[in-house]
Design a protein around this ligand. Structure first.
Ligand SMILES: [Zn+2]
Length: 224
């Protein structure tokens, strides 16, 4: 399950691991906390938000995943318990084993907010004593995605081979009106070259770098 501030982040930065999960037979979900409706300087937010939703639905279908949306306003995602509990409820409903989300080292306030919300949501989701409509669900693993906007302090500790799904992933991303640089940043070129570079480092065709929380990087050894 990807959890992102904006649909573009969910698909461009987090979509390949989700596509790989569906390719391997698991369910894949992409949750966007907003529609990213303020992402165009020329198209009004209401119209652009509808375009983003359409693109996310089309892109998700292309990788066999399910798009999910919450209705926070682009640029104004609140960091509070209402938001964390809304995500908690979706975690309890969909029961993901793994969550991929934003790293906190971002210049974008919505991305930092999403990071904070997910930390609390995962904690709340796994807490049996926290009574909600659905019973507790423990997320086994959180990983942070390699995102050009969240690069401050991001260090990949894992490379995931996405070669089997790179083409459908890239095709799915092209459903978005900004994939080829229409809003100023060449997402297509950036994420494609990134996947090639990470593939070189991990001895495969295409890969994505992922970062684990500090607690997940601890190894328990009997000998070196
Ligand atoms: Zn974003």
């Amino acid at each position: 399950m990807a959890i992102a501030a904006h649909p573009g982040d969910a698909f461009f930065a987090m979509g390949a691991p989700v596509a790989l999960a569906t390719y391997r037979g698991a369910a894949g979900l992409l949750l966007s906390l907003t529609l990213g409706e303020r992402g165009s300087s020329t198209i009004p937010p209401a119209q652009y938000g509808a375009m983003q939703r359409d693109a996310a639905e089309k892109a998700a279908a292309l990788i066999g995943a399910t798009p999910l949306f919450l209705s926070y306003r682009d640029g104004e995602i609140p960091v509070d318990d209402e938001a964390s509990l809304a995500v908690c409820d979706l975690l309890r409903k969909h029961k993901p084993a793994v969550v991929v989300t934003h790293w906190k080292g971002s210049w974008h306030k919505d991305h930092v907010a999403c990071y904070e919300i997910v930390q609390d949501a995962v904690f709340y989701a796994g807490l049996p004593a926290l009574a909600r409509e659905l019973p507790a669900h423990e997320v086994r693993q959180i990983v942070f995605a390699d995102n050009w906007e969240d690069a401050d302090g991001f260090v990949a500790d894992s490379y995931l081979d996405i070669s089997p799904v790179f083409e459908p992933y890239s095709h799915a991303c092209s459903a978005f009106p900004m994939w080829r640089g229409e809003t100023g940043f060449r997402y297509n070129d950036y994420y494609t070259s990134r996947a090639v570079g990470c593939g070189c480092l991990s001895h495969c065709r295409y890969a994505v770098g992922l970062m684990s929380p500090a607690g997940q990087r601890v190894r328990n050894l009997q000998a070196l």
